[in-house]
Structure formats: structure tokens, C-alpha cells
Design a protein around this ligand. Structure first.
Ligand code: PRP
Length: 197
């Protein structure tokens, strides 16, 4: 099955969304000791851009790695923590979890529950994208970039089978049924890179 990349959110739109989120975070965490916790791998680009827009001093940046999709387009229904962090990085701190996308909510809910166990002073969530149509577990998003339809999103750190994370824009994958068009779309990543130039 061939899959086409369809453009969804431009780099310019992402920049403006990340700036808006940073302003909201700056406003709420004045004079507090903010610790960011990025959920790997998908959040690595979003987190890198977000920290450079936040103006208040950030006390620490930590990472938690969870995985639920493997090479499938469907969540396994269970998020496994495959890399954790030292409890003392969390206890008594103002923690802001940074996620690329909340889909079923399973990954984020697992991360938030895990962090809550270490008794942070506060625990909030910043997510670039929300896909509420697929939610299985309720998740409160305190700082949200954009809501997306029920599409398989890739780019800007988000993968399908580890590919497409490098794309600066956000796309969705569309299954290609027509063989003639599919042949032309054999190298979707090249198409996407060409389209951005
Ligand atoms: C993706 C994405 C989110 C999560 C959202 O991660 O980066 O963390 O899925 O899906 P959910 O709300 O249905 O749980 P993935 O498990 O693919 O791992 P990755 O971040 O390493 O790509």
C-alpha cells in the first residue's frame, strides 16, 4: 500500500503557534521554577523550538520516553516507559510535560500518572496537536497548539514507522488506492522536501 503525504500545517504556522504557547507559559510561570519534561521521541523538535521561545528561566529539561505505536498506524493500547528520569528531578517542582500529539491519550495519561507519583508541586501539559476524535482516555491539555482531524499525522518530529520526523512542516498520510498515481508517489519524502523549497 502506497501512502501519499498531504500538507496540513506550514512551518510559518508552526512558528506562530509555538510563539503563542511560549507567551502563555511565560505569563503563567513568572517567578516559578519551571521544569520541562519532553515525551520522546516525537516531542524533540517541538521542545527544542519551544524552549527557545520561552523567556523565563527554565530550571531543568528532562525527558521521558514512551512508545505505543511501534511500526503500526494503530495504538497498541498500552504505552510502555522505555526511558525514565530521576525522581528528584520531579519532586516539589513545577513540571510542564511537552507532547507533540495527544491521540488516544494513552501515552500522555501514562506519562502524567507516572510523574504524579513523584509528587511535583504542579503538573501541566503542553501539546502541539490534539486529535480529540480518537480519544480513549481523558487528558486535560493546559497549553494547546492546534486541534487536528482524525488523520495520521507526520512531520515536525512525528513519525510513521520512524520515518518523516525530519520534515519541517506537518502532513498527514493518505492511503493511495490508484496504481497510476501511486507510482508517481513512490518517494513521498522527496516530494515533501521538494515542495518546501
Ligand atoms: C506518538 C506521539 C505521542 C503518542 C500519542 O508516540 O509522539 O507521544 O504517540 O498517541 P496516543 O495519544 O494514542 O498515546 P509513539 O508511541 O509513536 O512514539 P514516538 O514518540 O517515539 O514516535
Amino acid at each position: 500500500m502506497n501512502r501519499n503525504l498531504v500538507h496540513l500545517i506550514s512551518q510559518a504556522e508552526i512558528v506562530s503557534t509555538v510563539r503563542r504557547l511560549a507567551v502563555e507559559i511565560d505569563r503563567d510561570y513568572q517567578d516559578r521554577s519551571l521544569v520541562l519534561v519532553g515525551i520522546l521521541k516525537g516531542s524533540f523538535i517541538f521542545l527544542a523550538d519551544l524552549v527557545r521561545e520561552i523567556e523565563i528561566p527554565i530550571a531543568n529539561i528532562e525527558f521521558l520516553r514512551l512508545s505505543s505505536y511501534g511500526s503500526s498506524m494503530v495504538s497498541s493500547g498500552e504505552a510502555k516507559i522505555t526511558m525514565n528520569l530521576p525522581p528528584k528531578a520531579i519532586a516539589g517542582k513545577d513540571i510542564l510535560v511537552v507532547e507533540d500529539i495527544v491521540d488516544t491519550g494513552i501515552t500522555t495519561d501514562t506519562a502524567l500518572r507516572y510523574l504524579q507519583n513523584y509528587q511535583p508541586a504542579s503538573l501541566r501539559l503542553c501539546a502541539l496537536l490534539d486529535k480529540p476524535a480518537r480519544r480513549q482516555v481523558p487528558v486535560k491539555i493546559d497549553y494547546l497548539g492546534s486541534t487536528v482531524e482524525d488523520l495520521f499525522i507526520v512531520g515536525y518530529g512525528i513519525d510513521f514507522d520512524q520515518k518523516y520526523r525530519q520534515l519541517p512542516d506537518i502532513y498527514y498520510l493518505e492511503e493511495e488506492q490508484d496504481s497510476e498515481t501511486a507510482e508517481k508517489a513512490n518517494y513521498p519524502i522527496n516530494q515533501a522536501m521538494a515542495a518546501k523549497n
